[in-house]
Unconditional design. Structure first.
Length: 458
């Protein structure tokens, strides 16, 4: 098996995806054939090593034929999701024994046999325009926002320095096309009877009014533009009435400007900003050439996701999922007592900072070697090391660490702007002063289990 694991690293992501599909299909064949005979995965594996890319694509198209608009890798993900749902159904039925494979040889894993899973309904476009609920993530953020409405704590922003002539008409058309494409960018959150809801405003064209700084001395232009942009970022949004998206263009010269986008976190996350600028580039390039819009309409909108989430996660389903997090967090300390040089302030100041540093190449090589030897990701190794560091400073054997997760497990959500990101709570367990490799195994297992439950509101 070790030879297979080594050879697997030589495959392209596309071939690895097809390999995962082949292995998943073999498991399904085991459940669906009375004989229970499973083809040797090593035969399947070695048959892929010498395949040309077009043969791999043909193999992939054999698994799924109704998603031609998706990239090959996205099609593989869609196919895997469908196969995984069928496998979970078989395993939960009790008709067949769940056969676990060597985890180091698996590219994709099915839910642990000890964890019960409730399959969600399909995500479809809503059929009515009735009251639109907030997602669980939005409810959490909306509640926090009510305590500090004037702070602009959750204003996200991105600034681009643009050098070259701007086609203002094409830029306005591109921005308008994005706000038309994504309903969430036209959404506000009015309150009725103490409850917030989403309200999607009708689309309106975008009109940019540049802030002209061309008459300012050249040495003062950029500092002034940055100060104006900072002031704009700190200006709160009216989340009840909207809009929750602002654009500013600071003109420094005919061919030099600073473009600023400010958006409230309730309607976008970091992944969304990548989508925004990718689509802005595509639309702008098309409109500069007088070409038609290059992107097709979205199959679902963020409001469809929130309706789907609320309909699925309720009653016994919701209670069972909440129980997981309650069990995980019972008795956990609420504060990590680090030896700071001053006491915590009575009132939260929101004044923080961040620092960046680069690992020496030799250290990075050693970490990557450890990651490969232990069969965990480099992220897991660094997470474990970080938790050990916190233990050394605090002398606490039990504490919580949060890490952001993209939380876009369905193919329909990958290109959708919205607030999906969630904070995954990981409980560090250093009881008994374990050796690092033992602790690394604990961290890896805890991360896998919590990652499977990330869709559970916690």
């Amino acid at each position: 098996m070790s030879g297979l694991v080594h050879s697997m690293k030589q495959l392209s992501p596309l071939k690895r995806a097809v390999l995962a599909l082949e292995r998943m299909q073999a498991k399904l064949d085991h459940y669906e054939r009375p004989s229970g005979q499973v083809e040797d995965p090593s035969i399947i594996y070695h048959s892929l090593l010498d395949l040309e890319e077009h043969v791999v694509l043909d193999r992939l198209n054999g698994f799924i034929s109704d998603h031609e608009q998706l990239s090959p890798l996205k099609r593989a993900i869609v196919a895997l999701e469908g196969m995984q749902e069928r496998l979970i159904q078989f395993e939960q039925s009790g008709s067949f024994a769940h056969q676990r494979e060597d985890s180091t040889a698996n590219l994709f894993t099915v839910a642990d046999e000890t964890q019960q899973s409730t399959l969600p309904p399909p995500l479809l476009a809503r059929t009515s325009q009735e009251r639109l609920p907030l997602s669980f993530a939005q409810q959490r953020l909306w509640f926090i926002e009510q305590m500090n409405p004037e702070k602009a704590l959750y204003n996200e922003h991105c600034a681009l320095r643009i050098q070259g002539q701007i086609n203002m008409e094409a830029l306005e058309q591109a921005l308008g096309a994005i706000t038309q494409q994504h309903e969430i960018l036209r959404t506000s959150f009015p309150v009725s009877n103490g409850m917030a809801a989403q309200f999607v405003h009708p689309w309106q064209p975008v009109k940019l009014i540049p802030v002209d700084l061309r008459d300012i001395a050249a040495s003062q232009q950029l500092p002034l533009a940055r100060q104006l942009a900072e002031d704009e970022v700190k200006r709160p949004f009216d989340i009840a009435h909207g809009p929750l998206l602002r654009f500013k263009l600071y003109q420094l010269a005919e061919d030099n400007c600073l473009f600023l986008v400010v958006v409230h976190h309730l309607i976008a996350d970091g992944w969304s900003m990548g989508i925004f600028f990718r689509e802005l580039s595509a639309f702008y390039a098309a409109y500069c050439r007088n070409d038609p819009a290059p992107l097709s309409a979205l199959a679902v909108q963020y409001a469809d996701y929130t309706v789907w989430q609320q309909q699925w996660l309720q009653g016994d389903v919701l209670n069972a999922k909440l129980q997981y997090w309650e069990n995980l967090l019972t008795g956990a300390p609420q504060v990590l007592e680090l030896p700071a040089d001053h006491s915590r302030p009575a009132l939260q100041t929101y004044k923080g900072a961040h620092t960046s540093f680069v690992f020496p190449e030799t250290l990075l090589d050693a970490l990557q070697t450890l990651s490969k030897q232990t069969g965990v990701t480099l992220y897991t190794v660094l997470l474990a090391a970080f938790q050990v560091l916190l233990w050394c400073y605090s002398d606490q054997e039990d504490f919580l660490v949060g890490t952001p997760m993209i939380n876009r497990g369905q193919a329909e959500l990958e290109d959708l702007i919205g607030f999906f990101v969630n904070t995954l709570v990981l409980r560090a367990d250093l009881k008994g002063n374990p050796p690092f490799l033992t602790f690394l195994e604990r961290v890896s297992k805890a991360f896998r289990l919590c990652s499977r439950c990330i869709k559970h509101p916690g």
